[in-house]
Design a binder for this molecule. Structure first.
Ligand SMILES: C[S@@+](CC[C@H](N)C(=O)[O-])C[C@H]1O[C@@H](n2cnc3c(N)ncnc32)[C@H](O)[C@@H]1O
Length: 273
């Protein structure tokens, strides 16, 4: 849809949206880049999208222009009038909620399963991701398209051969496919952050193994908490972990980083069997 909108810099100036470091505000203003991010989840015509931290609304515009129905949660009250103005240009397509995304109950917000698309505030990005990965057995979302610091993105998509492989990779990949969709240079942001960024695209596997998420979280926290130690040392304080390793035939003298995602799910499964 082609709608005439004021340049984002003008919106920022008009509503006095000076970037706040405490709120992790690094805005994206390049509409072409934003349109590319909005294309990552696929065709969004009439799709439900959940966005955390719309700020002045750059990514929100791109999502609305792609035909999505967007529910956006923003903690910074200064952004709300700018977003209300944006909503007027796309009647019936934008719902803005002023709240802290960490406090918001998303269970009753959507009719179907939304795509979650966000340029996340870096300070809460990992916490939100782990929550979205853990919420239910069958996720309440269709896909996640999320901007992270490049170093965090690498940890999410890492395979066993990568230095970045660890707890986050296992939690992201045990029932999903996680891919690096797009690197984003620090100069694309206003103000530019110190580090590079990347967009990660996560989609649920069609037929994942069933595992208790909390058990998997505890197992990976213990195993990677002391990643250079043998498993028999690192997980010995975790009830049932050593017996589970033996039950699934994993040698406890191995280190956590040598176990595949499937090894972790099998062990967590044996711990709760
Ligand atoms: C990295 S900026 C992204 C802004 C905009 N989406 C863009 O791409 O230019 C992160 C946004 O998240 C908002 N934010 C920070 N903490 C939040 C929280 N706990 N809940 C909701 N929004 C939050 C900030 O105010 C900011 O607008």
């Amino acid at each position: 849809m082609s709608v005439d909108l004021p340049p984002l810099r003008e919106v920022i100036a008009r509503y006095g949206l000076n970037a706040s470091k405490a709120l992790g505000q690094n805005f994206l203003l390049d509409q072409q880049l934003l349109a590319r991010i909005a294309r990552i989840p696929g065709d969004l015509q009439d799709a439900e999208v959940f966005e955390v931290g719309p700020g002045p609304g750059g990514l929100t515009r791109a999502l609305l222009q792609a035909g999505a129905r967007v529910t956006a949660v923003e903690r910074d009250r200064r952004c709300i009038p700018a977003l209300a103005e944006l909503g007027e240009a796309f009647p019936g397509q934008l719902r803005v909620i002023e709240d802290d995304a960490l406090e918001l109950d998303t269970t009753r917000l959507f009719d179907g399963k939304p795509h979650i698309v966000s340029n996340l505030p870096y300070n809460i990005g990992t916490a939100l991701l782990v929550r979205w990965l853990s919420a239910d057995w069958l996720p309440w979302w269709q896909s996640l398209t999320l901007m992270f610091q490049k170093e965090v993105a690498d940890r999410i998509v890492a395979g066993t051969d990568d230095d970045a492989y660890g707890r986050l990779a296992v939690l992201a990949q045990w029932r999903s496919t996680a891919k690096l969709a797009m690197p984003v240079h620090r100069s694309a942001f206003t103000p530019p952050p110190k580090v590079m960024s990347a967009v990660v695209h996560i989609t649920p596997l069609a037929a994942p193994v069933q595992v208790d998420f909390l058990t998997l979280e505890r197992l990976t926290a213990a195993a990677f908490g002391q990643r250079r130690k043998m498993l028999r040392q690192s997980v010995k304080g975790l009830s049932g972990a050593l017996a589970a390793l033996e039950a699934v035939g994993i040698d406890a003298t191995r280190r956590a980083e040598t176990l595949s995602v499937a090894d972790f799910t099998a062990t967590a499964g044996a711990m709760t069997a």
